[in-house]
Structure formats: structure tokens, C-alpha cells
Design a protein around this ligand. Structure first.
Ligand code: GLY
Length: 250
């Protein structure tokens, strides 16, 4: 059960962040509206929010998920692999210190939270352009001290592991074909090619947050009887962001 979340509002320079999408420039005002709706959804899920103001030194700063790996036992400050994002974790470390002394990924390790997928007490750690073997090794060692198991998995394409897979709870995953073998096929929803973006969705307590505009995935998810909240993510998608990217939940 999640009780808290940390989020950061998007900055006016959101469009200067890193992206590989060809979807055009994000509109700042629309991004703010979408972020506000996201915060409202988290509150509806029963989560108390810490809302940080934008920090324009970091155009990708609203994607707070990448700055830490958190659960109710341990908080690990990450070390972003993207040079322009290094430093985002400092304010998050200050906030998380209020919940007990956090651990940290140290050089030469790099790790971004978008590469870390929790499924019950097991973590999948993606090795990507942002997360290296040493970062994964350090995280795995920290998690194991707290009773969590982990496995490393290679991310050959896409930004992060969680760009392509989410754990929905109850043993169920949604995944694009690249990671569909993580779980039993009977427990994995594979979106149609034109709906791959919907593989990034977010289970928060009794609800499942999914992006608006993916009716085929929605129908599949609905069969699993989750309570769905649909959110417009268009402006964050333009910056390679998804639902999981916008919060740290614990
Ligand atoms: N725009 C998010 C990232 O590339 O980290």
C-alpha cells in the first residue's frame, strides 16, 4: 500500500529535455494541466503528495522516478546516467532524508529509477544507456540487505526498462514483446504495436493509472477487473515520459 508520493512540477523549459520522440514540442501550459490531473489522481488513490517546484536547471526534472528507488524499507538515491540529469537527485535526497538515512548509488555506478521494476518482493533492473552494470550491482546488493531479490535484464532499445513493461499486481504484467517473457504468457498483456506506449502504466493501491488513447489495451486491462483512471499524457510523451516517470511512490 502506498501512502506517499514525491512529484515535481514541469518547468517552462520542459522542451529542452532529452527526447527521441518525433511528436513535436510539448506545450508548457498543457503539461502543467496534465501534471495537476496526475497529482489529483494520486490523491484519489489515497496518497499524500510532496509537490516540488520546477527547477529550471533540469528540464527533465519532472521525471522524478529516475532520481531514486524507494520502498517502505529502503530509499536509494540514484546516479543518473544522462549527464544533463546529474544533480536532479540532490533535492530528492534532501526530501527522502526526512524518512530515514537513504543509501546511494556511487561512481562509477549509474542508475535511473525508470530501469527498475518492482514485482512484489522481486526487482528487475534494466541495463540500459542510463543504467550500467555497476549501478545495477550496487542496487541489487542494497536491496538484498532488505530481503528483496533482483535480476538484471538487458534493455536493447527504448529509453528505460519501464518504457516497455509494467507490473500490474496479482502476478500480471503488461509488456511490449521485448520483455514479454518475464512472466507467464497467461499473465501478460501484450499491447498491439500501435498501443505500445500503454505498456507504461502505474498501479497505485486499488487503482491502475493508464494513459488516455489506448482503447485495445484498456479493454484487456479491464478484463482483469482493475479500477482504471485514465490520464492524458501527450505532453510528457513528447519528452519520452510516461506515468511511472512522474512520481516516486512509497
Ligand atoms: N526525457 C526523459 C529522459 O530522457 O530522461
Amino acid at each position: 500500500m502506498y501512502t506517499r508520493a514525491i512529484v515535481r512540477r514541469p518547468g517552462r523549459n520542459l522542451a529542452s529535455g532529452i527526447t527521441t520522440s518525433n511528436l513535436g514540442q510539448p506545450d508548457f501550459n498543457k503539461a502543467l494541466e496534465q501534471h495537476a490531473a496526475y497529482c489529483d489522481a494520486l490523491k484519489r488513490c489515497g496518497v499524500e503528495l510532496t509537490v516540488l517546484e520546477a527547477d529550471e536547471r533540469y528540464p527533465d526534472g519532472c521525471f522524478v522516478e529516475d532520481t531514486a528507488v524507494v520502498n517502505n524499507m529502503v530509499k536509494v538515491i540514484s546516479r543518473p546516467g544522462a549527464a544533463s540529469r546529474r544533480g536532479e537527485e540532490e533535492e530528492i535526497a534532501r526530501v527522502l532524508a526526512g524518512f530515514g538515512p537513504p543509501e546511494s548509488i556511487t561512481p562509477p555506478g549509474t542508475l535511473e529509477g525508470g530501469d527498475v521494476l518492482r514485482a512484489e518482493n522481486h526487482y528487475f533492473i534494466g541495463l540500459s544507456a542510463r543504467t550500467n552494470t555497476e549501478g545495477a550491482r550496487q542496487l541489487s546488493a542494497i536491496l538484498s540487505k532488505h530481503g528483496f531479490t533482483s535480476a538484471v535484464i538487458r534493455v536493447e532499445a527504448g529509453l528505460h526498462l519501464k518504457s516497455d513493461i509494467a507490473y500490474l499486481g496479482n502476478g500480471n504484467f503488461i509488456s511490449t514483446p521485448v520483455f514479454s517473457e518475464i512472466a507467464h504468457p497467461a499473465n501478460t498483456i501484450i499491447p498491439d504495436r500501435d498501443e505500445y506506449y500503454s505498456a507504461n502504466c502505474l498501479r497505485v493501491n486499488d487503482y491502475l493509472l493508464i494513459p488516455i488513447g489506448f482503447p485495445k489495451s484498456k479493454m484487456q486491462i479491464r478484463k482483469l477487473s482493475y479500477e482504471i483512471i485514465e490520464l492524458e499524457m501527450s505532453e510528457f510523451r513528447k519528452m519520452d515520459g510516461g506515468l511511472t516517470c512522474l512520481s516516486l511512490l512509497f
